[in-house]
Design a protein around this ligand. Structure first.
Ligand code: PDD
Length: 293
């Protein structure tokens, strides 16, 4: 067991070893081509949250990219639970990366029968800092410069990195992305919601967004608490006139956006529906933890 980030234990191709000792080949297609997919799974009090949904999304990403799925569901679970158990942190988040594997002769066309590289590591999951809870985050809108298969959770994140840098250079914490058709897709690493006249609105799943697991959780909480929720396209005008804007992800849950392109969103403070959702979300997590005892 360890409680120091510097002594993190990782899983690499069948072994658990210190992160400092983990190495992969320079000929790994993940390194040379970004030829791989990944998942991010939150862990509450040692239990993997929405494991089934995350593994299903991983399987969808593997299938869409024709990368062999090296494990069955219970093997994935066992490996990840073992990794989690090697760390003292109560709450964690796991990064699980699967690449197509090592191919000595560089070729865009993958060789047959490659052995996927499997790498997983876990980090302490800290609550979102108080300043964000009190004041929210600032975003700018940017053109979505990504490809047309954003439903695949691909390791190829260069456009996301570039857009995050562009947001930062404009003094913002993140960006909300606008597709070529003029609709909101999502954040650089999150899904997007707006609140308008009491309705919670999010873009429908498509090839232009990642089907977020947190988005799904928010949807089920909204249904449970009779919060009207609509899936429909959101334009930049809709975003500009929204009462509230949220971003959602497994590591941040739902985050309130209080500034868009330098203008206050709603009152300029985290909105009433967000506060309500935050409360429900914590209760939902608590119920999940209790259900696992
Ligand atoms: N990102 N959209 C994108 C582009 C994302 O990268 C993410 C998550 C989401 C939200 O998905 P989920 O609710 O399943 O976490 C949406 C993770 C946290 C990351 O890449 O680090």
């Amino acid at each position: 067991m360890t409680d120091s980030v510097n002594q993190q234990i990782v899983y690499l191709n069948g072994s658990y070893l210190p992160m400092m000792e983990s190495q992969i080949s320079t000929q790994d297609r993940g390194f040379l081509f970004g030829d791989g997919v990944y998942e991010v799974i939150p862990v509450y009090q040692g239990k993997l949250f929405r494991f089934d949904a995350h593994i299903q999304r991983l399987k969808n990403s593997l299938q869409a990219t024709s990368i062999t799925n090296p494990f069955n569901d219970s093997e994935w679970l066992e490996m990840l639970e073992n990794l989690v158990a090697k760390h003292d942190w109560q709450d964690q988040y796991i990064y699980l990366q699967v690449t197509r594997g090592v191919q000595m002769q560089r070729d865009h066309l993958p060789a047959d029968c490659l052995t996927p590289t499997i790498y997983a590591y876990t980090n302490p999951l800290k609550p979102v800092v108080d300043n964000i809870i009190q004041n929210g985050i600032k975003v700018v809108s940017l053109d979505d410069i990504r490809w047309l298969r954003c439903d695949i959770k691909a390791t190829t994140l260069l456009p996301n990195v570039m857009m995050k840098l562009a947001a930062k250079s404009q003094g913002a914490d993140d960006a909300i992305l606008i597709t070529r058709e003029g609709n909101i897709s999502e954040g650089t690493a999150s899904n997007t919601f707006i609140v308008k006249d009491g309705n919670l609105i999010t873009p429908p799943n498509s090839n232009e967004i990642l089907p977020g697991i947190t988005r799904m959780v928010i949807e089920s909480i909204a249904a449970e608490h009779n919060i009207p929720m609509i899936e429909k396209n959101i334009t930049l005008d809709d975003l500009n006139s929204a009462d509230e804007i949220w971003l959602s992800s497994s590591t941040k849950e739902a985050l309130p956006v209080t500034q868009l392109n330098g203008q206050a969103v709603g009152s300029g403070k985290p909105g009433a529906l967000w506060l309500q959702m935050r409360e429900h979300y914590q209760q939902h997590k608590q119920k999940f933890i209790e259900s696992q005892l």
